[in-house]
Design a protein around this ligand. Structure first.
Ligand SMILES: Nc1ncnc2c1ncn2[C@@H]1O[C@H](COP(=O)(O)OP(=O)(O)OP(=O)(O)O)[C@@H](O)[C@H]1O
Length: 311
């Protein structure tokens, strides 16, 4: 559905996009994640045929961005990160205006506008002025607008940016609904956890370079090279257990965060199965109260990949 190969955009010496290669299959929801200035908007604008790359290939729905811009524009819904709404226009008028631009005619036009309004839960704002809508509602209206012509592919540039937590959740629910409608979606964000649970694939981009391309679990295991376990034993014997643990060759280090929390036991590189810890502690007659692998925060994954740091 979307394919890019060595897609590159240069502004003078700056590589806004540096040999981006990725593929989205039909039905994929691809989270495009990167800090400000990473190249997300540049990618979306190239795919939407609004910007020419310096070199490289890209196609959407089988049409090349160089020769098929008319077809691509018909097949996609592109929601930019910032878009204007018109003063003195009601919500329904705004949609009718764009539906007319998409050449949706007669009763079908009205039906379509009502349908997309319902989908984004803005039916009750039909007669409100677009300028009176909150940021979250404006974003939902923007999404309604790009759904009017029933595109198969959606390019959504930071749809949740600037929204409060509640509006973010509503936007996420809406994206899930679009996913269930089998749309192919490229959605960008600078926050990984925001997209992790709705996307089947993610790409992490920084300074124009795709640093990671795959699923969320693969991103976690790329960052996690060392395995850390949280361990606590009963009868006030944590110190004694720590001494024992430190004597085992698989254990790299043991740390106490504070007296109330379990100790952190880090295994050596390549040691990814910690089940021996339970067996041996019990064999040493410690009463095991806690033993679990430390969860890795998705923010840490993002930071780890974008900075090339592994913990
Ligand atoms: N017209 C332009 N002229 C010069 N440099 C540009 C131009 N447009 C974008 N850039 C640069 O290209 C790089 C990528 O920008 P882009 O807007 O694609 O990033 P982004 O990932 O979408 O960031 P944000 O989250 O801030 O929107 C940035 O360094 C930006 O300053």
């Amino acid at each position: 559905m979307i394919e890019t190969r060595d897609l590159t955009k240069r502004y003078g010496e700056l590589y806004a996009l540096d040999r981006l290669t990725l593929t989205l299959q039909p039905g994929d929801v691809y989270g495009f994640i990167g800090p400000n200035g990473a190249g997300k908007t540049t990618t979306m604008r190239i795919l939407a045929t609004l910007l020419n790359p310096t070199w490289g290939e890209a196609s959407v729905c089988g049409y090349s961005i160089y020769t098929g811009s008319k077809e691509i524009r018909r097949a996609i819904g592109y929601m930019p990160d910032f878009f204007g709404v018109y003063d003195d226009m009601k919500v329904i008028e705004y949609l009718e205006f764009f539906a007319a631009a998409y050449r949706i005619k007669g009763p079908e036009r009205h039906k379509k506008c009502e349908q997309v309004l319902d989908l984004v839960d803005l039916g009750y704002k039909r007669d409100a002025l677009v300028t009176s809508l909150s940021r979250g509602m404006t974003q939902r209206l923007g999404l309604a607008r790009v759904l009017l012509h029933e595109p198969q592919v959606l390019l959504l540039d930071e749809p949740a940016s600037g929204l409060d937590p509640r509006a973010r959740i509503e936007m996420r629910e809406l994206l899930k609904e679009l996913r269930n409608m089998k749309k192919t979606i490229l959605v960008s964000s600078h926050i990984l956890p925001e997209l992790a649970d709705i996307c089947n694939k993610i790409g992490i981009i920084e300074r124009g370079k795709l640093l990671f391309n795959g699923d969320v679990d693969a991103a976690i295991s790329q960052v996690r090279q060392k395995h850390v376990y949280l361990i606590a034993v009963g009868d006030g014997l944590n110190e004694a257990a720590a001494k024992k643990l430190e004597s085992w060759p698989e254990v790299a280090k043991v740390e106490f965060v504070n007296a109330l929390e379990p100790m952190k036991v880090t295994l050596h590189d390549g040691q990814d199965d910690g089940s021996f810890l339970a067996e041996r502690l019990i064999a040493e007659r410690f009463k095991l109260k806690t033993l679990k692998e430390e969860e890795i925060d998705l923010e840490d994954v993002f930071m780890g990949i974008t900075k090339g740091i592994t913990n």
